[in-house]
Ligand binder design. Structure first.
Ligand code: TNX
Length: 570
């Protein structure tokens, strides 16, 4: 690939961002040496750090073959989930019993406290039992992430382990800073089989993430079945970045590569049982080659284009030059967004809007007006990349996702206007949370147009300050997102996966790019605002990450042993 249009664009329009760019890409040469491997464990190693932790008194809790899980009907689903989770590594299937049936033995008990917010919980560990208090299942499920991390790392193993399952006494009281803590995956560019998305969802649960944003459509592929347009998942799904029609994906086999309605519904349910909301994205008016190859009527000249399997961005635009074309686009979007909305229990439809250099301002406004109306009529709130705010007036409750890199830039000013108009932002500044960026110059995959993002850069940013100038209000931030794009998922030079393999399997790429950085961003979304710039706070994070890497080993996660982290000292 000779050109990198997104990089050109960023350097062109966000030139004033060089300071932030440098900030994110400079890795102190001494970072590895600076970290003293003061081992942390148990409550001291929790990620995200809880709001409050107090050492408990007395003896440790010990899980044994006859430990029961106590739960009323309100939290039975999460109690059952816990029983199944514990069974894999311990080989014991704890009985889930109602509060009336409690024996004298130390138990894992759920209790309801309707005074707590939905995701908040208290967790108390003593020798006589573990008690989890929450308003309902959601808070109980977040507490499970903490409970898992308090148990030895081997509890994550899917195979039987002869372990000593004890937890030191502790009192934790916890609630999230932001309600939207997201990861974005990009199956449009590099297809991700459903089993691998579920695997990522399971990884997300350990870090209390609660939104999975799926970038389902782009130039290189359309991945969700739409009954009204079967061609979208024939022609439109016959490509990936680097996979022309008819080529074979070493993991996913021959195309077309897409999710049937049944598979998507199954995925949505799988996520929902883990209290993760799916936010589907249908991108436009640019990033639409796959749709343009499948639906002639939405092309400016009424003719389908050939399917696209390259690596560029900013190359496509639906026909918007006159009223007649706009009607065609509206017909298309109405069917598509209604079908997607009908399959999406969540609140939001993400309707894209990024990188549409081929659209005039007037055409862009026309598209955003159509999509806003259709999404709203389908009963969903609009989520879109921040450029969307340049278009038609935003509907009530619309949320803009800021991906700029430069505090004080025109993009940041646009995001600030959005806030001033009373809308919230999801923050995914590309130089901090675009996890398709390399960690450092040695990283085998990924890109660097927004800088390199090592663990420190992924963690050391403050959501209310990314626009530059005065901090925006806490209430203007819906949350944060780590975005793992895949348009260049194949771009590694050293081919670490054996002779002839050019494309990493999707799960190899997600494991490597998400770990260790995703837990750091999850902490930004959940934990209280704090100064993350000091060496001491960063060293403490590294100590926790080192401890967590044992857990990733038990989970079979192929994380990146980035060279600025002293893995050997764990
Ligand atoms: C920009 S920022 C994009 C994506 C690319 C990504 C690569 C934004 C909303 N769009 O189309 O995949 O850069 O880093």
């Amino acid at each position: 690939m000779a050109q990198d249009p997104s990089r050109r664009k960023v350097l062109g329009t966000l030139a004033s961002g060089s300071a932030a760019f440098l900030l994110a890409s400079v890795i102190p040469a001494t970072a590895a040496q600076a970290v003293t491997a003061s081992g942390v464990s148990g409550a001291g190693a929790l990620i995200p750090a809880p709001a409050s932790t107090r050492p408990g008194r007395g003896t440790s809790f010990r899980l044994s073959s006859d430990t029961e899980i106590v739960a009323g009907p309100e939290t039975k689903p999460v109690a059952d989930y816990l029983a199944a989770f514990l069974a894999s590594a311990t080989g014991w299937q704890p009985a889930v019993v109602g509060p009336a049936a409690v024996s004298a033995r130390p138990a894992l008990a759920f209790e309801t406290d309707s005074g707590l917010a939905a995701e908040a919980y208290r967790l108390s560990v003593t020798g006589s039992g573990v008690k989890i208090s929450s308003a309902g299942n959601e808070g109980a499920f977040r507490a499970l992430a903490t409970l898992r991390q308090l148990l030895p790392a081997q509890i994550e193993s899917s195979k039987l382990v002869a372990g000593q399952w004890t937890i030191a006494p502790v009192e934790i009281s916890d609630a999230p800073r932001f309600g939207y803590r997201a990861l974005m995956l990009d199956p449009a560019r590099r297809f991700i089989p459903i089993v691998d998305i579920k695997r990522v969802i399971d990884q997300m649960t350990l870090y209390k993430l609660n939104v999975l944003h799926l970038h389902l459509t782009d130039d290189q592929g359309w991945r969700l079945a739409i009954d009204a347009y079967p061609e979208l998942t024939k022609t439109g799904a016959s490509t990936q970045s680097g996979f022309a029609p008819g080529t074979v994906d070493p993991v996913a086999g021959k195309g077309p590569w897409f999710y049937s309605k049944q598979e998507y519904a199954d995925l949505v349910g799988y996520a929902a049982r883990r209290f993760i909301e799916i936010v589907p994205e249908v991108d436009g008016p640019g990033h639409t080659s796959a749709a343009l190859a499948s639906v002639p009527a939405i092309n400016a000249d009424g003719k389908a284009i050939p399917p696209y399997s390259g690596f560029d961005v900013g190359i496509s635009l639906v026909g918007l030059q006159d009223q007649q074309r706009r009607e065609q686009v509206k017909t298309f979007l109405t069917s598509v967004l209604n079908e997607v909305a009908a399959q999406t229990p969540g609140r939001y439809l993400h309707i894209g809007g990024d990188e549409s250099p081929k659209a005039t301002a007037e055409q862009y406004t026309a598209y955003t007006a159509i999509a806003n109306d259709v999404a709203t009529a389908a009963g969903k709130k609009v989520l879109a990349w921040h450029e969307w705010a340049k278009g038609a007036p935003l509907p009530d409750g619309a949320v803009m996702q800021y991906w700029g890199t430069a505090p004080g830039s025109a993009d940041a000013a646009l995001a600030r206007q959005v806030v001033d108009a009373g809308h919230q932002l999801v923050l995914s500044p590309a130089n901090c949370s675009y996890l398709d960026m390399k960690y450092d110059a040695k990283t085998a995959y990924g890109r660097s147009w927004a800088g390199m993002i090592n663990l420190r850069a992924a963690w050391n940013w403050e959501p209310t300050r990314v626009l530059g100038g005065a901090a925006i209000a806490e209430s203007a931030v819906l949350g944060v997102e780590a975005s793992l794009w895949s348009d260049s998922a194949n771009q590694f030079k050293d081919q670490p996966f054996g002779p002839g393999r050019i494309y990493a399997p999707a799960r190899t790429y997600t494991d490597f790019m998400l770990f260790p950085r995703l837990p750091a961003i999850a902490e930004l979304g959940w934990s209280a605002k704090t100064d993350r710039s000091s060496a001491a706070s960063y060293n403490a994070l590294v100590a926790r990450i080192l401890e967590h890497s044992k857990r990733w080993d038990a989970m079979g996660i192929g994380y990146n042993k980035a060279s600025d982290i002293p893995w050997s000292s764990r």
